[in-house]
Design a protein around this ligand. Structure first.
Ligand SMILES: *[C@@H]1O[C@H](CO)[C@@H](O)[C@H](O)[C@H]1NC(C)=O
Ligand SMILES: *[C@@H]1O[C@H](CO)[C@@H](O)[C@H](O)[C@H]1NC(C)=O
Ligand SMILES: *[C@@H]1O[C@H](CO)[C@@H](O)[C@H](O)[C@H]1NC(C)=O
Ligand SMILES: *[C@@H]1O[C@H](CO)[C@@H](O)[C@H](O)[C@H]1NC(C)=O
Ligand SMILES: *[C@@H]1O[C@H](CO)[C@@H](O)[C@H](O)[C@H]1NC(C)=O
Length: 771
C-alpha cells in the first residue's frame, strides 16, 4: 500500500471555514491554502482506511502518547514481529514509521492493526491517547478485558475488536463516548449485560455483539436510539422479554433501524408491538429463541421488511392478514412454531417471496397453488392438517378447494386478456409499419421519427438505387428491409437524434439511432467518419455495427442492443429488493474508466457528454460507454449546441461555461460525477435542492458526517469495505475538482481504483491497513 493520493486542493472553495476541525491545513510551495482532503477525511471519518499518509505535519509524538504506545506494545504479544518498527525513541511514531499508527499534531488518532496475529492484552494506558478516533484490532488473538479507559476517549468513533479473545464484560464507561458510531465486539468471550449507558451514544449506528456469552435483555435506552441502524445480538445468552419502546425516539425523530438480528438466544415473551414503528426495518431475525404469543398485527406496517425469520420459537395464532402489506418481503421463515389456521392466498398472490418455510407448525387446509408450485414440499411438512403441497398430500374436495379454483379461473382470465392485448398491439405496429412504408414509397415523402417505426422510407433495399446498408465487423447480419420494417420502440431522444429498440424479424434486437438530418454532415463527410467509428472495438465501448443511408439522406446507425439498459436506470430506478453490492459497483467503475481511457489514448476521442444515461450494461453488467465520437458525424454548429445542453444534467465541468470545448479533463469531471452516483446512490438530477451532486457530497463531508454520504446499502458492510468506500470517495472528489489541472487522467484513475480494490480481491478485513 504505497499509494499516495495527491490532493492538490480541496475541491470546494468554502472549506476555508472548516474551523470545527482542530487541524491546520498545510501550505503548499505556492503559498496558497492547500488542503489535503486525505488528511481531512482522516480526521473526519470513523471508517477504517488504508491509505498511507506520506505528508507529515512534522510534529513529534507527545510524551504521554509515546508512553501509552510503549505500554501497548509491552502488553501485546507479537509473534510475527509486526510491531518491531515501534523501536526508536518516538520519532517514528507520528512520522509514519510505526506500523498501524496515524497521528495529527503529535497525537495518535488511529490504531489500525487487524490480522496481525497479536496476542496478549490491551494496556489500560490506552486511556492516555486522548485524540484517538479509531481502534481497529480485529482478527487477532487479543484477550483480557476491554479497558474501561476507552470510555474516557471522547473522540473515539470506531472500535473494532471482533474476532479476538476478549473476556469480561463491556465497560459501561463506553456510554460516554459521545461521538461513538461503530462498535464491533463480535466473536469474543464477553459476558455480562449490555450497559444501559449505550443509549447515550447519540451517533452510534452499528452495534455488533454477536457470538459472545452475553446475557440479560436489551436496554430500553438502546431500543429508543435515534441513530441505531444495525443491532446484531445473535448467538449469545440474552434472555427476558424485549422492551416495548422501539422507535420511541426522545425527540420524536424517525427511526432509522434497518436490521435487528437477535437469533440464537433465550428471549421470551411476545414480539413487541412497537417494532412496527421501525419503518425503515429491512431485516428481522428472531429465530431460535423462546418467543411466544401471537404476532402483532401491526408488523404489517413494516413495508420495507425484506427478510423475516421467526423460526424455532413457540409463536401461535394465525398468520396475520396484515402480512399482505409486506410488499418488500422476499424471505419468510415461520418453521417450527405453533401457527394455526390456513395459509392465506396473499402469500402466493401479493407477496413476492424467494424463500418460504412454514414447516412444523399446526397449519391446516390447502396450500395455495402459487406457492406449492414454487416451493419444495419440505417447506410445508410437519403440519398435520395441511394438504396439496406434494403428490402424497392431495386435498379432499372441500369448500376450500372451490375457493382456490375461483381465483385460478380469475387468473387465467387476466392472463389471457393480457395476451390478447399484446397480440393486438403487435398487429397494430406491423400494420402501421407497412402502411407507412407504402405511403412513403408512393409519395417519396419523408416521415419524421416517432411511433411504431423509424420513419424511414423503405423503398430501396440494400444495393438498390438510393438506400445503402453497410455492416461493420461483428454483430448480426440483416438486410436493409429487415431493419426498416422492424418493430421499433423509442428509447430516448438526444440532441443528435432519436434512439429506437428495433426488433428484427426472428426476434433479434438492435439499437438504432436515427440522426437528425439537418445537423449531420453531408453524405461523403459522414461516410468517412462513420467508417472510422465502426472500427473501434473495446469491451467497454458500445460497438457500432452498421449504418444505413436512405435515398433522401436519412442516416441510421446501428448498435448492439443492451437489454440491461443504462447505468442510470440500473442505480436509480431499480426495485427495493435488488441491492447492488460494492464489488459490482466497483467493477462498473473500472470498466467505465477502461472505456474512457481507450477513447482518450487510443482513439483520440473526447466524449463530451458522459453521463450515467450514456453508460449501458450488457448481460453480465459490464459497462459499455455509448454516444462517443458522434460529434464527428455532425456539423460544427451542432456540436457547440451539445456542450451547451450537457450542463443541465449536472455532469458538466464548471469551466465549460467559458471554454465551450470539451477536453479529457471535462470528461474526467463527468466520470467523477458518475462515480459519486455509484457511491451515494443519488442522481445528480435528483433535486436534493439546487446544488449539484459534487457540492452536496462536499457539504456533507464538511459537516463531519461522512457516513451519510454513502448509499445506505453499502453501509451494512462498512466494517469490511469501509476503506474502499472512503478511498473511492476521495478519488471521485479528486475527479470533480473545480480546477481542471488538479483532476487526474483516466490512466491514473484506473491505477488508483486497482490499488483500492484489486481485481482478484474478495472483500476481506481492512485490506492490510498499514502503511
Ligand atoms: C527500527 O525498525 C525499522 C523497521 O523495522 C528499521 O528499519 C530500523 O533500522 C530500526 N531502528 C532501530 C533503531 O532499531
Ligand atoms: C448460557 O447460559 C446457560 C445457563 O443459563 C449455560 O449453560 C450456557 O453455557 C450459556 N451459553 C453460552 C453460550 O454462554
Ligand atoms: C405447541 O403447542 C402445543 C400445545 O399447546 C405444545 O404442546 C407444544 O409444545 C407447542 N410447540 C411448540 C413448538 O411450541
Ligand atoms: C392444532 O390445532 C388444532 C386446531 O386447529 C388444535 O385442536 C390442536 O390441539 C392443535 N395441536 C397442537 C399440537 O397444538
Ligand atoms: C424448512 O425447514 C425445515 C426445518 O428446519 C427443513 O428441514 C427444510 O429443509 C426447510 N425447507 C426449505 C424449503 O427451506
Amino acid at each position: 500500500m504505497e499509494s499516495n493520493f495527491i490532493f492538490h486542493k480541496y475541491p470546494f472553495q468554502k472549506v476555508h471555514h472548516l474551523s470545527t476541525c482542530t487541524f491546520h491545513p498545510f501550505k503548499s510551495s505556492k503559498n496558497t491554502h492547500y488542503f489535503t482532503l486525505l488528511l481531512h477525511l482522516l480526521i473526519i471519518c470513523s471508517l477504517p482506511f488504508a491509505v498511507s499518509v506520506k505528508s507529515w505535519d512534522g510534529i513529534i509524538v507527545t510524551e504521554s502518547n509515546l508512553q501509552a504506545l510503549q505500554a501497548l506494545k509491552q502488553e501485546l504479544i507479537d509473534p510475527n514481529g509486526f510491531l518491531k518498527s515501534w523501536n526508536d525513541s518516538g520519532y517514528g511514531a507520528c512520522s509514519g514509521g510505526w506500523e498501524g499508527i496515524k497521528c495529527a499534531q503529535g497525537q495518535v488518532i488511529i490504531i489500525q492493526l487487524p490480522w496481525r496475529s497479536l496476542g496478549g492484552q490491551i494496556s489500560s494506558k490506552i486511556g492516555q491517547l486522548q485524540a484517538l478516533r479509531k481502534l481497529s484490532v480485529h482478527n487477532n488473538a487479543i484477550g483480557g478485558s476491554i479497558p474501561m479507559e476507552l470510555g474516557f476517549l471522547i473522540n473515539l468513533r470506531g472500535i473494532q475488536l471482533f474476532n479476538n479473545k476478549f473476556s469480561g464484560s463491556i465497560p459501561p464507561t463506553l456510554g460516554s463516548c459521545t461521538l461513538l458510531q461503530n462498535l464491533d465486539f463480535g466473536n469474543n468471550s464477553l459476558v455480562g449485560e449490555i450497559p444501559d449507558s449505550f443509549g447515550n451514544c447519540t451517533k452510534l449506528y452499528n452495534v455488533n455483539l454477536s457470538l459472545n456469552s452475553l446475557s440479560g435483555s436489551v436496554p430500553v435506552s438502546l431500543s429508543q436510539s435515534n441513530s441505531l441502524m444495525f443491532l446484531s445480538l445473535q448467538f449469545n445468552n440474552f434472555s427476558g422479554v424485549l422492551p416495548d419502546s422501539w422507535g420511541g425516539g426522545k425527540n420524536g425523530d424517525k427511526s432509522i433501524v434497518k436490521s435487528l438480528t437477535f437469533d440464537h438466544n433465550l428471549f421470551t415473551g411476545k414480539i413487541p408491538v412497537s417494532l412496527s414503528k421501525l419503518t425503515e426495518l429491512e431485516e428481522l431475525s428472531f429465530s431460535h429463541n423462546r418467543f411466544s404469543n401471537e404476532i402483532p398485527n401491526e408488523i404489517g406496517k413494516l413495508v420495507k421488511l425484506k427478510s423475516l425469520d421467526l423460526s424455532y420459537n413457540s409463536i401461535n395464532g394465525s398468520i396475520p392478514d396484515t402480512f399482505s402489506d409486506l410488499r418488500s418481503l422476499t424471505s419468510l421463515n415461520l418453521a417450527h412454531n405453533n401457527f394455526t389456521g390456513e395459509i392465506p392466498d396473499f402469500v402466493g398472490d401479493r407477496l413476492n417471496l424467494a424463500f418460504l418455510n412454514m414447516s412444523y407448525n399446526n397449519l391446516s387446509g390447502h396450500v395455495p397453488l402459487q406457492i406449492s408450485s414454487k416451493f419444495d414440499p419440505s417447506a410445508f411438512v410437519g403440519n398435520r392438517n395441511l394438504c396439496g403441497y406434494s403428490p402424497s398430500t392431495t386435498c379432499p374436495v372441500s369448500p376450500a378447494t372451490t375457493r382456490h379454483r375461483k381465483t385460478r379461473t380469475k387468473n387465467i382470465l387476466l392472463v389471457s386478456g393480457g395476451v390478447i392485448i399484446l397480440f393486438l398491439l403487435i398487429i397494430c405496429s406491423i400494420l402501421l409499419c407497412c402502411l407507412l412504408k407504402k405511403k412513403d414509397t408512393k409519395k417519396q415523402k419523408e416521415v419524421e421519427g416517432g411511433g411504431g417505426d423509424m420513419g424511414v422510407p423503405a423503398s430501396d433495399a440494400a444495393g438498390d438505387a438510393g438506400g445503402k446498408l453497410v455492416h461493420f465487423e461483428g454483430g448480426m447480419e440483416f438486410a436493409a428491409d429487415d431493419l426498416l420494417c422492424a418493430t421499433a420502440e423509442i428509447m430516448g431522444k438526444s440532441t443528435y437524434g432519436t434512439v429506437y429498440r428495433a426488433t428484427l424479424v426472428g426476434g433479434n434486437q438492435v439499437a438504432v439511432k436515427r440522426l437528425r438530418e439537418r445537423i449531420t454532415k453531408s453524405e461523403k463527410g459522414f461516410e468517412n467518419e462513420v467508417k472510422w467509428l465502426g472500427k473501434i472495438r473495446h469491451e467497454n465501448l458500445l460497438a457500432l455495427r452498421a449504418y444505413y443511408l436512405g435515398p433522401k439522406g436519412e442516416k441510421l446507425i446501428v448498435f448492439d442492443y443492451m437489454p440491461k439498459g443504462s447505468l442510470a436506470t440500473f442505480i436509480h430506478a431499480r426495485g427495493l429488493n435488488t441491492p447492488v453490492n460494492w464489488p459490482t459497483r466497483m467493477r462498473i467503475m473500472k470498466g467505465m474508466v477502461r472505456g474512457l481511457l481507450n477513447l482518450h489514448t487510443h482513439q483520440n476521442i473526447i466524449h463530451g457528454n458522459l453521463t450515467s444515461n450514456n453508460v449501458l450494461l450488457d448481460d453480465d453488467f459490464n459497462p459499455k460507454i455509448a454516444d462517443f465520437g458522434l460529434s464527428r458525424l455532425m456539423t460544427t454548429a451542432a456540436n457547440t449546441n451539445v456542450i451547451a445542453t450537457a450542463g443541465a444534467l449536472g455532469y458538466r465541468a464548471p469551466e465549460l461555461s467559458k471554454l465551450k470545448k470539451a477536453n479529457t479533463k471535462t470528461d474526467i469531471y463527468s466520470l467523477g460525477v458518475i462515480m459519486l452516483e455509484l457511491l451515494t446512490g443519488k442522481s445528480p438530477g435528483e433535486s436534493e435542492d439546487t446544488v449539484g451532486l459534487p457540492q452536496w457530497v462536499a457539504s456533507i463531508v464538511k459537516e463531519e458526517w461522512t457516513n451519510e454520504v454513502f448509499d445506505l446499502e453499502l453501509m451494512k458492510d462498512a466494517s469490511v469495505i469501509g476503506d474502499e468506500l472512503l478511498n473511492t470517495l476521495k478519488l471521485a472528489l479528486h475527479c470533480v475538482d473545480p480546477s481542471p489541472s488538479a483532476r487526474p487522467e483516466a490512466q491514473l484513475v484506473l491505477q488508483q481504483l486497482d490499488e483500492i480494490r484489486s481485481e482478484t480481491a474478495t472483500s476481506s478485513g481492512d485490506n492490510g491497513g498499514g502503511s
